[in-house]
Ligand binder design. Structure first.
Ligand code: DHB
Ligand code: FE
Length: 276
């Protein structure tokens, strides 16, 4: 069976990708952010299920699935407009993908299945952070996309149930895998409109606290409440909820970091261990 070793949640800001491309990790602006990732690199996993939101690269406003899962042998990266270098393709795990899709659909989550899929900065940047010395990402990947972009968005409660179903699907997989579930995006940020630059430190820190042992309490918010509390793009926290809900065992916090701001965003990172 697949062993879910844990979850890692991290912001996915494109400026992180350009800092990596420039080798700026030790500059004063970046050091407090990059130094948080030392512990994460010791993680032992051969497969990453990456829960993120696409930003107009694979899905645009004209066709927006609520939940989509990749089922390809390979995923290509492209830049949707940030000027980031294109990274080498990512290895998929079609066998695991189809098992997850079968199980989620059986569980009444009617997904979009993608046998071809471009992956943007929200998928690529976290993997660069977690495996910084690898030219090619060393783990197999399964992209899981949540619509956090075009309303109506799935509610936090729906995302939590989706994550629980994903966890059960991983538990029932017949093959041997060591899986880390990565939830990307957040924490509070708003990129445009009257509240551009909005950050809510109290709310972010409360979420980082509750997500360890009382994640259901965070699933009670409505989408409008989440927009108000976390900002229009802070709703990317839905990806964190999916990743956390996929942990089926006893969960403990191994490491966390919170740093304001990186670009326009409150950057948060957590490492959660899952014991069977
Ligand atoms: C920024 C944050 C994001 O989540 C994103 O997708 C793009 C940009 C930012 O803070 O610049
Ligand atoms: Fe984003």
């Amino acid at each position: 069976m697949a062993t879910i070793v844990g979850a890692i949640t991290t912001s996915h800001i494109p400026a992180i990708g350009s800092a990596i491309a420039k080798g700026a990790q030790n500059e004063p602006y970046w050091k407090p952010f990059f130094s948080a990732f030392g512990k994460v690199r010791e993680w032992l996993a051969d497969t990453a299920v990456v829960v993120y939101n696409d930003h107009g690269l694979q899905f645009f406003l004209d066709r927006m699935p609520t939940f989509a899962v990749g089922a390809a042998a390979e995923y290509r990266n492209a830049d949707e407009g940030w000027g980031l270098p294109t990274l080498p393709p990512y290895r998929g795990d079609a066998e695991l993908s189809w098992h997850l899709i079968d199980s989620l659909v059986e569980d009444e989550f009617d997904l979009t299945t993608c046998q071809e899929m471009l992956v943007d900065h929200a998928f690529a940047v976290p993997l660069q952070l977690l495996w910084p010395n690898a030219k090619v990402c060393p783990v197999a990947t399964v992209p899981v996309v949540v619509n956090t972009v075009q309303h109506p968005l799935p509610s936090p409660a729906r995302c939590f149930k989706f994550g629980q179903s994903l966890g059960r699907a991983l538990d029932s997989f017949g093959g041997e895998r060591r899986v880390v579930v990565i939830g990307t995006g957040g924490l509070s940020h708003q990129l445009d409109g009257e509240r551009a630059g909005f950050i809510n430190k109290d709310f972010d820190l409360m979420c980082m606290d509750k997500i360890v042992a009382e994640p259901e309490s965070l699933a009670r918010y409505s989408v409008p409440e989440l927009v108000e509390l976390a900002g229009t793009q802070g709703v990317e926290f839905l990806n964190w909820l999916v990743a956390r809900a996929a942990l089926t065992g006893r969960v403990s916090k191994v490491h966390s970091n919170y740093h304001i701001p990186i670009s326009n965003t409150a950057s948060g990172m957590m490492v959660l261990e899952n014991r069977g």
